[in-house]
Design a protein around this ligand. Structure first.
Ligand code: PMP
Length: 281
């Protein structure tokens, strides 16, 4: 495997950053994960839009212009010979003597890696569905920024893992679902309406969320962007989660509650089919 580190393509096992990189010391950085299908980047423009927005919100200078970054991205995919997988992009504020405030002079650090992931396997998994576990959302007020500061997400996912679940679904102090530890969460009501929390409401604006929303609308499904509660979930016809790595993944069990008839629902299955078609198109 080959990694890109600040201007060089190096063997993955020999890819290092400085111990005083602010990403390492303060989580002072942002990231993106984008899918590769048939050797091509999926929704690359939207991922780069979101990366630029994350950098701007944190006043991290872009390590390079957008066009050369697209070239590097393609090169990382090519050098790793990946037809199906994901690319990881990370930008940190750079290396500086440890001090919380922004350093006056530092060059942002850029790292990219890529790895294989079988979307056939994801599709297969979707045919049986997954279990999720709910945990309180203990994050901050800027979850719209795709920050590498992921400790609450790490703790949430670990809790889920220990409960035998694939994903942790987080809820706020009012018992309203925010999002998954690395996914957006959707509900299908008994009258067939798709419901997902608004991106104005302190969650990450998922690229897959946006794409699935467009596919749902193209398929004449009704979508409502609003908060929904843990109580509503118990009464939902279907639940599913979306992300770059899980596409549209049906949830068949939410804590101790079996969703629907305990099998992936027709809406989620239609959407993952549509999403796979989109990836292949
Ligand atoms: N929410 C959170 C907290 C995430 O980390 C992710 C994955 N990056 C998502 C949602 C899904 O976003 P996307 O569809 O862009 O992968």
């Amino acid at each position: 495997r080959i990694a890109y580190v600040n201007g060089s393509y190096v063997p993955h096992d020999e890819a290092y950053v400085h111990i005083e990189d602010r990403g390492y010391q303060f989580s002072d950085g942002v990231y993106e994960v984008a899918a590769i299908k048939n050797g091509k980047l999926i929704d690359g423009a939207r991922h780069l839009d979101r990366l630029w927005r994350s950098m701007e919100e944190l006043q991290i200078a872009a390590p390079m212009a957008r066009a050369p970054m697209e070239v590097v991205l393609k090169e990382v995919v090519r050098q790793n010979r990946i037809l199906e997988g994901i690319v990881y992009i990370q930008v940190t504020r750079g290396v500086a003597r440890r001090d919380h405030a922004f350093p006056s002079f530092t060059r942002p650090a850029l790292v990219m890696t890529a790895k294989r992931l079988s979307y056939d396997a994801v599709y297969k998994k979707a045919q049986s569905g997954i279990k999720v576990t709910s945990v309180p959302d203990i994050r901050w007020d800027r979850c719209d920024i795709k920050s590498i500061s992921l400790l609450p997400n790490v703790l949430a996912k670990q809790t889920a893992r220990e409960a035998g679940s694939v994903e942790a679904v987080m809820f706020d102090k009012d018992g309203m679902i925010t999002e998954g530890s690395s996914t957006n969460v959707w509900m299908v009501t008994k009258d067939g309406t798709l419901v997902t929390r608004s991106t104005k409401d302190n969650i990450l604006p998922g690229i897959t969320r946006q794409c699935v929303m467009e596919l749902a609308e193209e398929n004449q499904m009704k979508v409502e962007e609003r908060a929904f509660s843990l109580l509503e979930v118990a009464d939902a016809a279907e639940i599913f989660i979306t992300s770059t790595t899980s596409c549209a993944m049906p949830v068949i069990q939410f804590d101790d509650t079996v969703i629907g008839d305990g099998k992936p629902g027709p809406v989620a299955l239609r959407l993952i089919n549509a999403y796979m078609d989109f990836m292949n198109s």
